[in-house]
Design a binder for this molecule. Structure first.
Ligand code: ANZ
Ligand code: ZN
Length: 821
């Protein structure tokens, strides 16, 4: 018998599939249902693929192949997320050209992906750094600009001193750069933003349209957007000619408990309020210090709150009373209105602050079933209750008072109901070379002018200097100096490039129409495939990439470019790959190289091990013996088919009626049913593999003298069931069985429901606890029927002769115990 040599047969089939363009996306197959299978595309670092990639792609490929065999027309594309910092750092450190560096890495990754036998439609390959792609990233930027969703503004931005660039809020983790871990600073710069906040409500509400998303991911998005209902309350400042200061509060019901106002140090009114005040200098230096503190160190529950009394007073909107105005670190400028009303009796942070600075604490809510605390409060009461000390609102339930007080404020023109969000507009400017240039020109006479769409792409220039000290784009005169598209006069190009998360916010749409030279994609084509039915990728993208992609899809929907309002019907988070219990990573020195595993065992073994060793969303612990085991299993299947090759000349039999053939037939159909449900509905790939392994065991113990046709049928179906998991060996075996065409084009087996019913079962008959006889009874018989049938048997009657039956115990499907004396 020929040996199983994956290193021969895998490249052979890869070449054949490739030559036949076997996984090209079907076009004009109107009658079939569609399925869009997608895995997050890789960043082409020089390292090539790691096991996490292999895990991701093995799952995606299984799903894609399974759906094809189940009659779907499938789109399964791949590409590269190819702009970004590492290419530029390679240019700075090693003098290599970022474009060449990236393109060669892309090529390397593609070759490695090809070695895994993944069923991608390579004709749709998309690299985000190519002018063919980024031309339309620019086109989309202009669309956002036209729709008022892209704007430029000066603002305090997060600046990473090491990466020498601005970071989006989402890219700052605990005050540190998400990429290099440096401490992030605040800097005032003119920057481009996308108005994602305009979509905040829909981004929250539409999470309810995504029942297949993990609840945990939806919660992360909800928290990130941080929608908060409340009211804006306007106080006036008599000493500034009744200028207004608005605060945002979620608890307008506590308005009568206000004992001071607090402004964020960055609040525009602060300057006016402190001028000429006795402690002006001290406040100024306090403001300077606070501005450089991170959000966490200003607002954390465990950190000390500090502030200064400005000496100015505001007028309470309903009581007319005087309220002192303070400045404090715990109020942030970019949330709500940058000002709060301090209600120490009912807010923990305010309580801490009032306690520290001796500010009055006024109780205005009493618990519904309790007394108002007399004397000194020991902590804030933050719950609901009944209003007290609140003038005309006394006695009202606090939940009702929230609306009533907001309405009263609105009637008097002193406030209104509002909603605040934690989400900020998306800062997309990067002072970097290796990204998509923002297609904007600055002209002395015309101002900010968008580059006309027909002049795109604004190409990245080659005459740039990489010295790590400035944005390389600013060193290219040919790029910076340009003509104004509007008046033809001399003008200067925008040198900021876009955050790479923009590139990945629409690539799944480009896949639906990747060669379009007129527009990003055609609506008809996008609508044929969108939304993505199954999207697999790392949970680290739960907020950033998935939120941005949802935002883009909604904007493009509003622009009439696509019907879908959500890009991903089902997001499936990928579990991590561990080795010896720790995350597989270069820094831990525990990396197993996918290509070495393929060299030794073949891609099929690697894929099978990965799919079998853990539930898809769980952690996968790499195990060398597990890999060996998968390899042995494939060898076993290989030998099984070869040993019985001759059987396949005859056609499979009808449903066998008895004996070992019937049992094997039943096992086969149970397995078909289970694998179909596990892969198609439950996404439990690991249990699907173990079911197939049990079937193979069943085939092994099938008696030599039993029906050969049933055996042939079981073996053939086993090979088909394995096809989407291990595509090469199954294709080879299919071929060796003398079957026509590709196994991957075979229809998925359907189970025979009738074969599943075990119509009769054998049960043990015990007398006083000892097995004396075996009876065959209908599988569906209830206790009484079983008892009746057993007791009526001659054999049983003989055994009981001369005895009195005291009790009969029936365990359905298993045994009957007769107690007799
Ligand atoms: C008065 C009040 C009384 C408040 C009370 C709470 C309880 P979320 O849920 O996060 O939206 N706040 C408003 N703007 C702020 C800012 N820029 N920086 C720091 N804190 C700010 O929280 C909203 C509450 O946080 C607001 O409601 C305000 O305090 C505070 F018994 O107003 B509250
Ligand atoms: Zn001009």
């Amino acid at each position: 018998m020929e040996k199983y040599v994956p290193s021969d047969l895998e490249p052979k089939w890869q070449k054949i599939w490739n030559d036949r363009n076997a996984y090209r996306t079907p076009e004009n197959e109107k009658e079939k249902p569609k399925f869009y299978a997608l895995e997050m595309f890789p960043y082409p670092s020089g390292e090539g693929l790691h096991m996490g990639h292999v895990r991701n792609y093995s799952m995606g490929d299984l799903v894609a192949r399974f759906k094809r065999m189940n009659g779907y027309k499938v789109i399964h594309p791949m590409g590269a997320d190819a702009f970004g910092l590492p290419a530029e750092n390679a240019a700075i450190q090693r003098g290599v050209n970022p474009r060449k560096w990236t393109l060669s890495n892309m090529e390397k990754i593609r070759e490695e992906q090809a070695r895994l036998g993944l069923s991608y439609d390579w004709d749709r390959y998309v690299g985000t750094c190519t002018p063919e792609y980024y031309r339309f990233t620019q086109w989309l930027f202009l669309l956002f600009y036209e729709r008022g969703l892209a704007y430029r503004e000066k603002g305090a931005v997060n600046w990473c001193p090491d990466c020498q660039t601005v970071l989006a809020n989402e890219q700052v983790e605990d005050g540190r750069c998400w990429r290099c871990d440096s401490t992030v600073e605040k800097k005032d710069l003119e920057q481009w933003f996308l108005r994602i906040t305009e979509y905040a409500d829909r981004l929250v509400e539409d999470l309810d349209r995504l029942p297949k998303w993990p609840e945990q991911v939806k919660t992360m998005q909800r928290n990130w957007i941080g929608r908060s209902e409340g009211a804006e309350v306007r106080f006036t400042i008599p000493e500034l000619d009744d200028e207004e200061v608005a605060v945002f509060t979620t608890r307008p019901d506590t308005l009568f408990g206000v004992s001071y106002l607090v402004l964020a140090p960055e609040h525009p009114l602060v300057e006016k309020l402190i001028q000429g005040k006795p402690n002006e200098a001290a406040i100024r230096s306090f403001i300077r210090e606070t501005k450089n503190q991170s959000e966490r160190s200003r607002t954390g529950a465990d950190v000390e709150k500090t502030g200064f009394d400005t000496g100015a007073k505001a007028k309470h909107p309903l009581t007319g009373g005087e309220v002192p105005i303070w400045v404090a670190n715990y109020v942030l400028m970019d949330y709500g209105t940058g000002a709060v009303m301090g209600v120490p009796a009912h807010d923990e942070r305010d309580f801490q602050f009032a306690d520290q600075y001796g500010l009055p604490i006024r109780t205005v809510i009493r618990p519904r079933d309790g007394e108002a605390t007399e004397g000194e409060l020991r902590e804030a009461y933050t719950g609901e209750g009944v209003l007290i000390n609140s003038g005309p609102f006394d006695g009202m339930d606090s939940r009702e008072a929230i609306g009533a007080i907001a309405d009263r404020l609105a009637e008097e023109g002193k406030g209104k109901k509002t909603v605040s969000y934690r989400l900020r507009d998306w800062l997309i400017s990067r002072q970097r070379y290796w990204g998509c240039p923002i297609p904007i020109v600055y002209c002395d006479s015309c101002g900010t002018v968008p580059v006309p769409k027909e002049e795109l792409p604004v190409k990245l220039p080659e005459d740039v200097v990489f010295d790590g000290k400035r944005n390389p784009l600013t060193t290219s005169e040919s790029f910076v100096k340009t003509r104004c598209p509007s008046c033809g006069g001399p003008a200067r190009r925008e040198t900021d490039t876009m955050d790479t998360f923009i590139d990945s916010s629409w690539y799944f749409l480009r896949y639906t129409d990747p060669h379009n030279t007129e527009k990003p994609f055609d609506a008809v084509k996008a609508n044929e495939w969108m939304p993505v039915d199954h999207y697999i990728g790392g949970i680290e993208h739960a907020v950033l990439h998935l939120l941005y992609s949802r935002f883009f899809t909604k904007v493009l929907h509003d622009a009439g470019m696509v019907d879908a309002v959500e890009p991903f019907e089902h997001y499936f988070p990928l579990g991590m790959v561990l080795k010896d219990g720790a995350k597989m990573s270069k820094s831990k020195g525990n990396v197993v190289s996918p290509m070495e595993i393929i060299d030794r065992y073949g891609a099929d073994t690697a894929r099978l091990f990965i799919l079998f060793a853990a539930p898809p969303d769980g952690e996968l612990d790499w195990s060398d013996s597990g890999v060996e085991g998968s390899f042995r299993f494939l060898n076993r299947v290989w030998r099984l088919v070869h040993r019985h090759k001759d059987l396949f000349r005859d056609r499979p039999p009808a449903r066998p009626e008895k004996g070992a053939a019937k049992d094997l037939y039943r096992l086969l159909h149970q397995t078909i049913k289970k694998v179909t449900a596990d892969v198609g509905d439950r996404l439990q790939f690991n249990t699907a593999v173990s079911a197939i392994m049990e079937l193979v065991n069943g085939i092994h113990s099938y008696p030599k003298e039993a029906d050969r046709g049933t055996l042939a049928e079981a073996i053939e179906k086993t090979v088909i069931l394995l096809a989407p998991f291990v595509p090469h060996i199954t294709e080879e075996l299919w071929h060796r069985l003398g079957r026509e065409g590709s196994i991957h084009e075979q229809p998925w087996p359907r189970h025979d429901e009738k074969a599943l019913v075990q119509s009769e079962v054998e049960i043990a008959v015990q007398i006083n606890g000892k097995v004396r006889h075996k009876s065959v009874v209908p599988a569906r018989a209830d206790k009484e029927e079983v008892e009746e049938r057993v007791m009526a048997e001659d054999k049983v009657k003989n055994l009981l002769e001369g005895k009195t039956v005291r009790k009969v115990i029936v365990v359905p499907g298993k045994l009957v115990n007769i107690v007799a004396k």
